[in-house]
Design a protein around this ligand. Structure first.
Ligand SMILES: Cc1ncc(COP(=O)(O)O)c(C=O)c1O
Length: 405
């Protein structure tokens, strides 16, 4: 626990110093303080801290394990050697490396859309799309478990937000029926494809039917879906075989695609508009040449070796999910490699997290405000790079953790 200075004497409630101290005290008293562990990653699933202790990592989003693939690493370092280490400005001002436009074409083909546009993170893609397309008077129907970047995009857009119960299509339809749009207003339905904290998949066929029935735009965030679901790892549309049902597909390069950055895949008209009006695109420095090269190479590998990589990911996911369920560990049921283990109390989740760290396993507790009060959990992510022995180790450690904590 850091040293928190004594309370400031000022009586004014506007005293920022006092306000921050009070908030920090509350955070620490509730056991909800957060800290950062500095690590060196030795490979896709092993890391070492400053003391030299090594950890088996079950908390990354490196689903295909491509961060340490020799081709990806080589492409990233060659891009830095050829183009330098930074793009040094907004793409509209300083231009972008040639391969960024190539990557956009490849992403558009991967997502079966006319065009794609890169952003500097997935967070910025969600923010930038909603900010630019929705406005005051519009209505956004948002799943209650949507990612924070969607929530923030909704807020910043100025549109009215109606939150529907998680994956509850009856609740969504009620809200759509009761909230018709104004004359010049749009309605958007916005959802994660694979939910970032529960690991379940949105019901796209039903969402697409409601979109058509109530004439809305449908946006799906595929951050945890691409490289994970669908026969080609193409994400939610590919998983359901429903290409063309989604108007706005956002995604990230930072999970299966072993890099950093985000994107939106949509019609040519929407992408052209976003290039002109999406503030995070216009006013922020673009991806580095290495980021672009790494993602482009990871996408190439996914296309080339997808069957083997996705097969391995499927196998590891099934083994972990079945093994933990058989051991009565409270996993939220599902089929994706994002495996939430419900704990409830934040303190207990932190205790299990600490216990696992002692065993050399990094599997982080997720606590409020990232999840609702009383719904703290361990968020286990399995990757294609984990071996059978890794899976055995984490399952044994989790069994011991639940016995002891
Ligand atoms: C569902 C979802 N959308 C968007 C993001 C943001 O992506 P990025 O980390 O590239 O900003 C995340 C992740 O971290 C996420 O889980």
């Amino acid at each position: 626990m850091p040293v928190i200075p004594p309370e400031c004497n000022e009586s004014s409630t506007a005293c920022l110093h006092t306000r921050i101290q009070k908030r920090l005290r509350t955070i620490y008293a509730a056991g909800l303080d957060r800290s950062i562990t500095d690590l060196t990653f030795l490979d896709a699933v092993t890391a070492r801290d400053r003391s030299g202790k090594t950890f088996l990592v079950f908390s990354s989003n490196n689903y295909l394990g491509l961060t340490h693939h020799p081709e990806v690493r080589q492409a990233a370092s060659e891009a830095a050697m050829q183009n330098g280490t930074s793009s040094t400005g907004s793409r509209l001002i300083t231009g972008g490396v040639l391969r960024a436009s190539d990557l956009e074409k490849e992403l558009a083909a991967f997502k079966h859309t006319e065009k794609a546009l890169l952003f500097n993170t997935g967070y910025m893609a969600n923010l930038g799309v909603l900010y630019a397309l929705a406005r005051k008077g519009d209505l956004i129907f948002s799943d209650e478990l949507n990612h924070a970047s969607i929530i923030d995009g909704c807020r910043i857009s100025g549109a009215s937000v109606l939150v529907y119960r998680h994956n509850d299509m009856a609740d969504l339809e009620n809200k759509l029926r009761q909230n018709p749009p104004g004359r010049r207003n749009e309605r958007f339905i916005v959802t994660d494809g694979v939910f970032s904290m529960d690991g379940d998949i949105c019901p796209l066929p039903e969402l697409a039917a409601l979109k058509a029935k109530y004439d809305c735009l449908l946006m799906v965030d595929d951050a945890h879906a691409e490289g994970v679901i669908g026969p080609d790892g193409g994400g939610t549309a590919s998983y359901y075989g429903l290409f063309g049902a989604i108007d706005l597909q956002t995604g990230t390069l930072s999970k299966s695609l072993a890099s950093e950055g985000g994107y939106i895949a949509a019609s040519e008209e929407i992408i052209t508009y976003l290039k002109n009006r999406s503030r995070p695109f216009v006013f922020s420095t673009f991806l580095s040449p290495s980021d672009t090269a790494a993602a482009q190479t990871a996408l190439k590998i996914l296309k080339r070796d997808g069957a083997a990589l996705l097969g391995r990911l499927r196998h590891n996911t099934d083994r972990i999910r079945n093994g933990l369920t058989e051991a009565n560990i409270p996993v939220i049921p599902g089929t994706t490699p994002l495996v939430p283990i419900m704990v409830g109390s934040a303190k207990k989740a932190s205790a299990i997290d600490a216990f696992l760290k002692k065993q050399g396993i990094l599997l982080s507790a997720v606590r409020p405000p990232s999840v609702p009060m009383g719904k703290a959990r361990l968020r286990l992510t399995v990757t294609a790079a984990h071996s059978e022995e890794h899976l055995d180790r984490v399952m044994a450690a989790l069994k011991a953790a639940f016995r002891q904590c």
